[in-house]
Design a protein around this ligand. Structure first.
Ligand SMILES: C[S@@+](CC[C@H](N)C(=O)[O-])C[C@H]1O[C@@H](n2cnc3c(N)ncnc32)[C@H](O)[C@@H]1O
Length: 301
């Protein structure tokens, strides 16, 4: 797919997902608390007075909200087109004048060299045709002595292989595409309710022991949107930690640290949280390869 067409499709896909995430209080709160000073391994007042960038902020700008909640002086947020301007202000209402939204591309960031104290770019680079070009731009706009944080998808692992083949199926198989596009909580509820009722009829006691309320919690809207994210996004580039660290070093960064956290979910992904946090564990490596790579680095003076 050509770069322009890819960007258009990526933005259109995520606009729908981000709107649905933003309009759900629980999901928006989960997303807008992903950053914390503990997670970033910085002082509690780290964000105070800081000029920050949220590159590829998405339509609900959850990281902008997050950084402002942590005390950032100002957050500049951009994404590929004007769709973000229609939605993001709704979620950022309580931070009027503390943020600026604009249209931009991570390949050619419309800010001068050495501009930001804290540059943030979550879940964006792997959806582009050149992760390293984007990373070099993020490096350029970070101040000397400033901090760059980004996360990308990672490389390898059985789950990733399955996801990649399902994404291909989504692109090639109209019927499967329609199932994914129309997936919602009710589909899960109907399906699992039917499984349970047949199990009960056939005398398998597990069928009635697990309540439908619990099943609905484990297969919630948050999970539906994660599935859509993984399969509808046209491109998920895979990169290794080593390649990314090399690129950061080449662009003048030091103190490169891989960060990790125990993510909190209400849904079935809560059983995956140990794997997400302890990406080095043998089961995690088998299933998720290099895992989600979350890197923090300081720009040299
Ligand atoms: C998975 S979403 C992440 C959004 C947000 N950072 C978050 O964490 O919720 C990926 C975002 O990257 C944006 N994006 C993709 N390619 C981009 C590019 N070349 N420049 C800027 N943004 C881009 C998409 O439009 C989309 O909003």
């Amino acid at each position: 797919m050509q770069k322009k067409a890819l960007e258009k499709k990526t933005r259109r896909t995520f606009h729908e997902i981000h709107k649905a995430q933003g309009d759900d209080n629980y999901i928006f709160t989960r997303l807008s608390t992903l950053l914390s000073t503990d997670f970033l391994k910085v002082e509690p007042d780290f964000f105070k007075g800081k000029i920050c960038l949220d590159a590829g902020c998405g339509s609900n700008a959850n990281a902008t909200f997050n950084m402002l909640s942590l005390g950032a002086e100002k957050v500049y947020a951009f994404d590929l087109d004007e769709t973000i301007v229609k939605t993001a202000p709704k979620y950022l209402r309580k931070f009027k004048r503390k943020y600026e939204l604009s249209i931009g591309n991570v390949f050619k960031i419309h800010f001068p060299d050495n501009y930001f104290d804290f540059t943030h770019c979550a879940g964006v680079l792997h959806h582009t045709v050149d992760v390293y070009k984007g990373l070099a731009e993020l490096a350029r706009v970070t101040k000397k002595g400033g901090t760059l944080y980004f996360d990308v998808y990672g490389k390898g692992g059985l789950i990733r292989e399955i996801t990649t083949s399902l994404r291909l199926k989504y692109q090639q198989d109209k019927e499967f595409r329609s199932v994914i596009d129309n997936l919602d909580q009710k589909v899960f509820k109907d399906f699992l309710g039917w499984i349970q009722s047949v199990m009960s009829q056939k005398g398998d006691r597990m069928g009635s022991e697990i309540s439908l309320a619990l099943v609905s919690e484990l297969f919630d809207k948050d999970l539906v949107l994660t599935i859509k994210d993984r399969l509808q996004a046209p491109l998920y580039h895979e990169d290794s930690e080593e390649e990314l660290i090399k690129c950061l070093q080449k662009n003048g960064f030091r103190d490169i640290v891989r960060l990790t956290k125990y993510p909190r979910y209400k849904n079935v992904r809560r059983f995956l949280s140990p794997l997400y946090e302890q990406y080095d564990n043998k089961f995690a490596r088998f299933l998720y390869g290099s895992g989600q790579i979350q890197l923090k680095a300081i720009k040299n003076f």
